[in-house]
Write a protein that binds this ligand. Structure first.
Ligand code: AQP
Length: 341
C-alpha cells in the first residue's frame, strides 16, 4: 500500500523552490494517495530559531500547505513536535546509523560551514531524524526537491540495516519481509532544483541574504515582476531545443520554472519562446507566476489572520498522525526488546 510522507521546515522565507519542488507536488499526490504532510519544527531548531518566529513560521507553512491546495480533511497536516514518536524513533535510528554514513552528507557540510565544531549536534544527526519521520509511518514514497535525494537514500540504508539487525525478532512479530519499507524518493517535474535569481549555480534558498535571489510565496504582484525582470540572464536569445540550455544555468532555470508553473515540459516552453528575446519571455513569466502565486499568497494571509483555527487544524492532524505512528512505534519497541506496560 502506498503512503506519502513529506515535510517543510518552518524557517521563514518560503519560496518558489519550496513550492515547485515540494508543496505543489504534495497537492498533486493527495487525490490518489494517503498523505501525511508535516511542518518539521524539530528539524528547524537544528539551527537556532527565535521562539516567536518559530511559532509564526510553523503557522505560515501550515497556511502555505492549505492555500496551495492541500485539504486538511483529506491529508494529514501536522507539526512534528506534537508527535513524540519522531524524536523517539530518531533516537533508536541514531543507534542504527553509522557515523561514516553521516559524514558523507553534503547538506551538513554546506550548512555547518567552515567551523564544523560550532554546529549543533542536532544538525549532524538531522538525517536520522528525517529517516525517523518517514519510517515512523511506514511511508513508501517521499516527494522532495533534488537536494534531499541523499537523505532519502540514507533513510533507505537505515531501514535496511534495522531490518537486517533485527531480522529474527521482526520475523517473530509477523513481518518476514522486513519491518520498515524502503522509502522511494519522488523527484519529478521541470523544477526539482530551482536556482537563485542572482546566481544560476546556487539553489534558491530561504537563507540567502538577498531577497532578490528568490520569489517568496507571499510576494505581491509588483515584487514578483521586479524580481523576474531583475533575474540574471545571459545575452543570447532563448534556444529552440532543450539541449541548448545545457551550459546556460540561468536560462535553464527560468524555462524550468515556467514549465513547472504551466504544468508542461521545457520543450513545450521552448516551442513557444525559443529564438525570442529574454525580455518577452520574462514578461510572459511574470504574468504566469503572478497568476499562479498571488492567489496562494492572498489565501495564506487570510488563513494567518486566524491563528486559533490553524492551531486547531494542527492539533487535529497530530491526533491522526499519532493514530498511524503509535502502533508502528510500539512494534518497533517490541522488536528491539524494550518492555512496554
Ligand atoms: N531550490 C529548491 N528547488 C526545489 N526544491 C527545493 N526545496 C528547497 N529548496 C528547493 C525543497 O523544499 C522542501 C522543503 O525544504 P526545507 O524547508 O525542508 O529545507 P531546505 O532545503 O533547507 O530549504 P532551503 O530553502 O534550502 O533553506 P536553507 O536556506 O536553509 O538551505 C524539500 O523537499 C526541499 O527539497
Amino acid at each position: 500500500k502506498t503512503r506519502i510522507f513529506s515535510g517543510v521546515q518552518p524557517t521563514g522565507n518560503l519560496h518558489l523552490g519550496n513550492y515547485l519542488g515540494a508543496i505543489k507536488r504534495f497537492v498533486e499526490m493527495q487525490a490518489d494517495h494517503e498523505c501525511l504532510y508535516c511542518v518539521v519544527d524539530l528539524h528547524a531548531i537544528t539551527v537556532f530559531q527565535d521562539p516567536d518566529e518559530l511559532t509564526h513560521n510553523t503557522r505560515e507553512v501550515t497556511a502555505a500547505y492549505i492555500a496551495a491546495g492541500i485539504d486538511p480533511t483529506q491529508s494529514t497536516i501536522f507539526n512534528q513536535s506534537q508527535v513524540s514518536g519522531h524524536a523517539e524513533l530518531a533516537w533508536i535510528l541514531n543507534c542504527v546509523a553509522r557515523i561514516g554514513w553521516l559524514n558523507r552528507m553534503t547538506q551538513f557540510k554546506e550548512k555547518a560551514g567552515k567551523d564544523r565544531e560550532k554546529a549543533s549536534a542536532g544538525l549532524y544527526i538531522y538525517p536520522n531524524l528525517m529517516a525517523a519521520d518517514v519510517l515512523l509511518y511506514h511511508a513508501t514514497h517521499v516527494p522532495v526537491g533534488e537536494d534531499q535525494k541523499q537523505h532519502i537514500e540514507l533513510a533507505r540504508d537505515i531501514a535496511q540495516k534495522f531490518n537486517n539487525d533485527f531480522a529474527e525478532t521482526i520475523a517473530r512479530v509477523g513481518y518476514p519481509g522486513g519491518f520498515f519499507p524502503l522509502p522511494e524518493p519522488v523527484i519529478a517535474g521541470a523544477a526539482t532544483r530551482v536556482m537563485s535569481f542572482r546566481d544560476g549555480t546556487k539553489k534558491m534558498s530561504k537563507s540567502d541574504p538577498s531577497d532578490l535571489s528568490r520569489i517568496n510565496m507571499t510576494d505581491d504582484e509588483d515584487t514578483i515582476a521586479k524580481k523576474i525582470r531583475k533575474a540574471k540572464t545571459d545575452p543570447e536569445p532563448l534556444p529552440s531545443e532543450v539541449d541548448g540550455l545545457k551550459e546556460r544555468p540561468e536560462a535553464d532555470n527560468l524555462v524550468g520554472i515556467y514549465a513547472a508553473l504551466a504544468g508542461t515540459g521545457k520543450d513545450a516552453v521552448l516551442a513557444d519562446y525559443g529564438g525570442g528575446e529574454f525580455s518577452a519571455f520574462k514578461g510572459a513569466l511574470v504574468e504566469l507566476a503572478t497568476e499562479k502565486l498571488t492567489p496562494i499568497g492572498d489565501e495564506m494571509r487570510r488563513l494567518l489572520s486566524d491563528p486559533v483555527e490553524i492551531d486547531r487544524i494542527l492539533a487535529d492532524g497530530a491526533a491522526r498522525a499519532h493514530s498511524v505512528a503509535d502502533p508502528i512505534l510500539a512494534k518497533t519497541k517490541d522488536i528491539i526488546g524494550f518492555i512496554r506496560s
